[in-house]
Design a protein around this ligand. Structure first.
Ligand code: GLU
Length: 422
């Protein structure tokens, strides 16, 4: 599946929402196209004085609800179609969560694992210079996404402030806590997803000990697992892009994280006793495709887009799917899974905890204040449960699945504002 197909998948969900609602055609036509696409090529000085030219993107899909908001990813597979699709998803996500933001996304084509930290800093600063006139704390606000973290956000804030000659840390969120960041932002996507799953588990699965499998053990996958373990659940299997580990005894999440930080990939963990430790005294190595098809009750997709497609949807055995990644289930797969009676907790709702706490950080920066961790977690919890409740009740009232309900609720709100802005 190509990024083009990812974009048409997101557009199909969007088109269906317009068909159902039948609002003014103008809003449909406007949201079919990104409002602004910025594509930049920029030179970066690397080791041995090599100067390499990189390509990056920043897309503002819509600013109906406020300044653009969305992450920046660094990956070799980044391309414009993908970034447009992700910016589009941000429009719907921000609307569903009632945040005063439009949808945006950015990315750089790079394999950050091939670079040293100082090279990543040079690249980040050069990318910031290249897009600086298109971003701003009231214009378009970035945040972490795949392979980007708080250090990268700090470099963007610093470079941007130097260019503008005025200190403006709110141009990005997800900064280090001591550099105008907020407590809990790092955990927020995973924890928020855990809160949403807890809310829906009681409604859709009557099992007290469901078997939970997690695809993707990056920042979101790890904090999601940690949250659930802290609530007494076991994680039955985890995977990264190279391999997965399954254990009847439940995965030792902290050992798995330690292992990932030190060695990077699960595929090598059978050396020594490391898989055995991660698997709590028992383990089986599986691949990503096996994890998707395994006998779990809950399948959590925390890796990247296009993981369940029309080619493997039929083989999914889980009863509940949790979309922590953006767009992990394609439009066609969504229909197949629905037919099979699988309940999907959709990305717009599930992974919104990240951007919700980004919003708290942005508010905190604008008031030059600091919120404590307790306040952040309490507000995150209230927010995620409140939005989950609205989606659930809307889905019952209109007899529809949770993704459809999420899109409809977003569109109702978008339309309420957009009608004054067209
Ligand atoms: N990259 C995250 C997302 O896809 C967070 C965006 C943000 O905080 O602006 O939702």
């Amino acid at each position: 599946m190509t990024s083009n197909e990812f974009l048409s998948s997101v557009m199909s969900f969007q088109e269906e929402a317009f068909d159902r609602k039948g609002f003014d055609e103008h809003i449909r036509n406007i949201l079919r196209e990104p409002k602004k696409v910025v594509e930049v090529s920029f030179p970066v000085r690397l080791r041995n004085n090599e100067i390499r030219v990189f390509k990056g993107f920043r897309v503002l899909h819509s600013n109906f609800l406020g300044p653009g908001k969305g992450g920046i990813r660094y990956a070799p597979y980044v391309n414009l179609q993908e970034i447009i699709a992700l910016a589009m998803l941000m429009t719907w996500k921000n609307a569903l969560h009632r945040l005063p933001y439009g949808g945006a996304k950015g990315g750089v084509i790079v394999n950050p694992r091939s670079l040293e930290e100082w090279e990543i800093e040079n690249l980040t600063r050069a990318f910031t210079r290249a897009i600086s006139e298109h971003i701003g704390s009231n214009k378009d606000i970035s945040a972490p996404d795949i392979n980007t973290d708080e250090k990268i956000m700090a470099w963007i804030a610093d470079e941007y402030s130097n260019i503008k000659g005025t200190f403006d840390p709110a141009v990005v969120t997800g900064k280090p806590v001591n550099f105008y960041g907020i407590e809990g932002r790092k955990e927020s996507t995973g924890y928020g997803a855990g809160m949403v799953l807890e809310y829906f588990l009681k409604k859709y699965l009557k099992k007290s000990k469901p078997r939970i499998a997690v695809q993707g053990f990056g920042n979101a996958g790890y904090y999601f697992s940690k949250y659930l373990v802290s609530k007494g659940y076991d994680i039955y299997a985890i995977s990264d892009s190279t391999a997965g580990i399954k254990s009847e005894n439940g995965i030792d999440i902290e050992h798995a994280k330690k292992y990932k930080d030190e060695r990077r990939y699960f595929k090598d963990c059978s050396r020594g006793d490391l898989c055995y430790i991660i698997g709590n005294g028992e383990y089986q190595i599986i691949d990503n495709e096996e994890l998707i098809k395994m006998d779990a009750d809950v399948l959590v997709l925390a890796a990247t887009e296009n993981q369940i497609t029309k080619n493997n949807a039929d083989e999914v055995k889980a009863k509940l799917i949790v979309e922590i990644a953006n767009g992990p289930v394609t439009y066609e797969a969504d229909k197949i899974l629905k037919e099979k009676g699988v309940v999907i907790l959709p990305d717009l709702l599930v992974n919104g905890g990240g951007v919700v706490v980004s919003y708290f950080e942005w508010l905190q920066n604008r008031e030059w204040k600091r919120w404590g961790r307790e306040k952040v977690m309490k507000k995150l919890y209230e927010h995620m449960i409140n939005t989950s409740k609205q989606v659930y009740e809307y889905s019952l009232k209109h007899n529809m699945d949770l993704r459809t309900a999420s899109y409809d609720l977003s569109l109702n709100y978008l339309w309420d504002v957009a009608k004054y802005r067209i």
